[in-house]
Design a binder for this molecule. Structure first.
Ligand SMILES: Nc1ncnc2c1ncn2[C@@H]1O[C@H](COP(=O)(O)OP(=O)(O)OP(=O)(O)O)[C@@H](O)[C@H]1O
Ligand SMILES: [Mg+2]
Length: 412
């Protein structure tokens, strides 16, 4: 396969990141250009001001175009927000002629049958991720192609989104002059960027603590079993500091980044730091331990909510490889230790790896989703080249695009 280019846009609550990459003949990513700018018009991962969001996306896209010298006509885009929900579903099909090996068409039919879940009219299926196959009762088949059998089952993870939240996001990206090639659930993208194959096989949890959301993906025995998006992130930590320290938001944000910690006992009791205050007060000194106490309370509460989500997907006993934390707010000192304490699992901080080209800035946890969008779409394309795409139903307008987004994908 010759090299080709890919583009991804991560429309986060605090930043928009556009990446243009070349896919080499060895299927590796070489970064050609990155465009990062502040986000606008988003709250809790969802668009709440279309015009502001279009402007922020257009500016990030323009920067990436300038950096790469490439024109971005279409891109893979991340989707998150508390409106996203997931469930596991089994698809079952009979193999017409058991004397013939299982072919792409059979796998597609099985996936289509798994997609027929009870979706209310105001929701859309955005992913049908195969977890494993069963051929005539033989469990945990990774790839059934070429096998013989008379019945094929597929266990899948189905992700659905609110139609309006999805359309708002598509409208913003298209308003910035870029066609949406596919929508990808952000926790799945982040996992693709930072989890190792071994972690996915042994059982692990990806936790991406962003600005407005915390994205979770739980993996057991090599496959995703649960995904969730909580509407809490670093923005809320900063807001807590605004209230507790009575300082303006930019000053609280700076205090969090420069002096933040989530384990108060690891901060000297008498340590004081200077922060900008409101009004005529100018600067004031505050206890660094107080900052840590405020951040600890919010982060601990967040991990308790995460634990409840993990339990909805798996018994924590099955997650031998533990937790991988990523996202901008995983930069808070002590966050891995607090995660270990609340979740009772080993934790590490995950950064995007294995990138070539102009990629220095992307080796930061804040860019896990951005890099993961490229990786996920690359995996999806490899499969598309291998197999016959399922026919797109004849629908008009936006729904035609949506139908295109509902393509099924296969595991690595
Ligand atoms: N060193 C740091 N210490 C603490 N917090 C940090 C640090 N660096 C970044 N953050 C926080 O990380 C958050 C942004 O993370 P990220 O860039 O992953 O979010 P996003 O992608 O814009 O938002 P989301 O994914 O939630 O829509 C901000 O709240 C920021 O304050
Ligand atoms: Mg993000």
């Amino acid at each position: 396969m010759a090299s080709h280019t890919l583009a991804a846009i991560d429309v986060g609550t605090t930043k928009v990141c556009t990446i243009v990459a070349e896919v080499t003949a060895q299927q590796e990513l070489r970064i050609l250009g990155v465009g990062i700018g502040p986000s606008a018009g988003l709250a809790r991962g969802m668009v709440d001001n279309i015009h502001a969001a279009i402007e922020a996306i257009a500016s990030s896209v323009e920067r990436a175009e300038r950096a790469s010298g490439a024109r971005i006509l279409s891109a893979h885009v991340g989707i998150a927000g508390p409106h996203v929900s997931s469930m596991n579903s089994r698809g079952i099909v009979a193999i017409g002629d058991p004397r013939h090996p299982i072919a792409d068409g059979d796998v597609h039919r099985a996936l289509e049958s798994a997609r027929i879940v009870n979706v209310p009219p105001n929701r859309e299926v955005i992913h049908v991720v195969p977890r494993f196959y069963v051929v005539d009762g033989q469990d945990h088949v990774v790839d059934p192609l070429g096998m013989f059998g008379s019945r094929l089952d597929v266990e899948t993870h189905v992700v659905t989104s609110s139609t309006s939240a999805m359309n708002n996001l598509i409208q913003c990206v298209e308003g910035a002059g870029v066609r949406v090639e596919s929508l990808i659930l952000e926790p799945l993208a982040s996992a693709e960027a930072v989890l190792t194959r071994e972690e996915i096989t042994q059982g692990s949890v990806l936790i991406d603590i962003g600005g407005g959301t915390t994205d979770i993906a739980v993996f057991v025995e090599g496959a995703v079993v649960h995904t969730a998006v909580l509407p809490i992130g670093g923005v809320h930590m900063t807001r807590d500091l605004v209230v507790a320290l009575r300082v303006p938001q930019p000053s609280a944000e700076l205090a969090k980044r420069q002096h933040g910690h989530v384990i108060p006992s690891m901060v000297m009791e008498d340590e004081e730091v200077e922060v900008e205050a409101f009004g005529s007060e100018g600067a004031k000194t505050v206890s660094r331990r107080l900052i840590a106490q405020v951040l600890q309370a919010r982060t601990e509460e967040l991990f308790e909510l995460v634990l409840a989500e993990i339990r909805r997907g798996a018994d924590p006993e099955m997650l031998s490889a533990g937790v991988v934390l990523t996202g901008g707010a995983s930069g808070l000192p002590g966050v891995d230790l607090l995660a270990e304490e609340v979740l009772g699992l080993p934790a590490r901080i995950g950064r995007p790896r294995h990138l070539a080209g102009l990629s220095d800035i992307l080796h930061d946890p804040a860019y896990a989703t951005s890099v993961g969008l490229l990786r996920w779409s690359l995996k999806e394309q490899e499969i598309m080249f291998r197999s016959t795409p399922s026919p797109v139903p004849a629908l008009g307008g936006l729904f035609k695009k949506v139908a295109h987004l509902m393509r099924v994908i296969l595991p690595q």
